[in-house]
Design a protein around this ligand. Structure first.
Ligand SMILES: NC(=O)C1=CN([C@@H]2O[C@H](COP(=O)(O)OP(=O)(O)OC[C@H]3O[C@@H](n4cnc5c(N)ncnc54)[C@H](OP(=O)(O)O)[C@@H]3O)[C@@H](O)[C@H]2O)[C@@H](O)CC1
Ligand SMILES: Nc1ncnc2c1ncn2[C@@H]1O[C@H](COP(=O)(O)OP(=O)(O)O)[C@@H](O)[C@H]1O
Ligand SMILES: [Mg+2]
Length: 297
């Protein structure tokens, strides 16, 4: 496994919910993505965000996919965006401004597809948003198509690439894990962004601290597992964790949830809705392990 010489961050935990808290206490999550044929991915991110405890979850999706996305869960709200005849978002930033202002964290990219309009939208969201932004999947690919994409990174940005996405952004081959890890740490150092380089032993770093995840299972190697992670990290930021803390805790409980589901269901593959179903147990197990051992995983 590649190495790094940065100190490990302390694994954070969510504070118990105050008795007098209300949905507004746990943040507004705004998830932008989806397209005709990939409505499921943004719905998975949304349900994962709700299950992780965001107070309100809104999914901004192509108008054409709204009913489909809404039908997956009664727990999330939907915002219709102008779309192409092929069912991809073509909206400009003005359609989203009020929603960006109301959000405590934005997740963008799952199932979004790629186009010049989407490259512009991803760029504009990163320039306009005052809150943290989790950039995943096709938002990473749209970002990579912008020549000055590095200038759009800052402390409020979390990138969650898998090795294929990171090869498009960094230029480092997906097969060269060592070079990919080094590039992720370097990009995080230069920009202050948090980078989650996914895979077996996911790397989480902000360029100052770094950790390799030790939870997870090959049963999670199925389409949609990463879309769930986007929702988890977005919801943890909504509940007051910093981008690095949310990425670190999010990656840990995501993997733990996969392990718990694999064991409980005696299955070779954990489907994304099952991953979401076991999130409360994973969050609870994390809290118990911390309090009984006084340490993180
Ligand atoms: N239900 C839905 O609606 C779902 C919708 N989804 C949506 O689909 C969209 C496209 O996303 P995507 O990740 O499937 O395609 P893409 O970016 O071309 O990456 C593939 C390339 O990367 C490589 N690669 C990947 N992982 C790697 C690894 N660990 N280690 C090494 N290589 C790795 C891989 O390599 P290969 O498999 O060829 O070895 C290949 O070259 C996106 O919007 C997403 O949200 C999905 O979430 C599924 C559920
Ligand atoms: N063998 C594995 N061990 C641990 N985690 C895995 C394994 N395979 C996949 N995962 C996790 O599943 C997720 C896959 O993300 P991604 O490739 O973006 O999926 P998708 O885009 O289909 O939702 C990552 O968080 C990754 O770490
Ligand atoms: Mg993905």
């Amino acid at each position: 496994m590649p190495d790094h010489d940065l100190p490990s961050p302390t694994l954070p935990r969510l504070k118990p919910r105050a008795k007098d808290s209300h949905k507004g206490s746990f943040g507004n999550a705004l998830l932008i993505g989806g397209s005709r044929g990939m409505a499921g991915s943004i719905a998975l991110s949304g349900l994962a965000a709700a299950r992780t405890g965001a107070g309100l979850v809104r999914l901004a999706v192509p108008d054409r996919c709204l009913e489909t996305v809404a039908s997956f869960s009664p727990c999330t709200m939907t915002i219709p965006l102008t779309n192409s005849s092929a069912g991809q978002i073509t909206a400009s930033i003005e359609e989203l401004t009020a929603h960006l202002e109301a959000a405590n964290c934005i997740g963008i990219g799952p199932g979004m597809g790629g186009s010049p309009e989407l490259q512009q939208l991803v760029q504009d969201v990163l320039r306009t948003a005052q809150c943290p932004v989790v950039v995943d999947a096709d938002a990473l690919n749209n970002l990579g198509a912008i020549s000055n994409w590095r200038e759009l990174l800052s402390e409020k940005v979390v990138l969650t690439p898998h090795p294929g996405e990171w090869s498009r952004l960094s230029g480092m081959a997906a097969s060269d894990r060592e070079a990919q890890v080094a590039a992720a740490i370097e990009h995080a150092k230069q920009s202050g962004a948090t980078i989650v380089l996914k895979g077996y032993r996911t790397l989480v770093t902000d360029g100052v601290e770094a950790a390799f995840n030790s939870t997870g299972t090959p049963a999670m190697a199925t389409g949609g597992s990463g879309d769930v992670l986007t929702g988890i990290i977005t919801a943890l930021i909504c509940q007051g964790l910093s981008p690095l803390e949310a990425a670190h805790l999010g990656v840990t409980v995501h993997g733990l949830s996969g392990e718990l589901a694999e064991r409980a269901l005696s299955t070779r593959v954990v489907l994304p809705p099952e991953l979401i179903q076991y999130l409360p147990l994973a969050l609870g197990a994390h809290a118990e392990q911390r309090s009984s051992r006084g340490i993180g995983f």
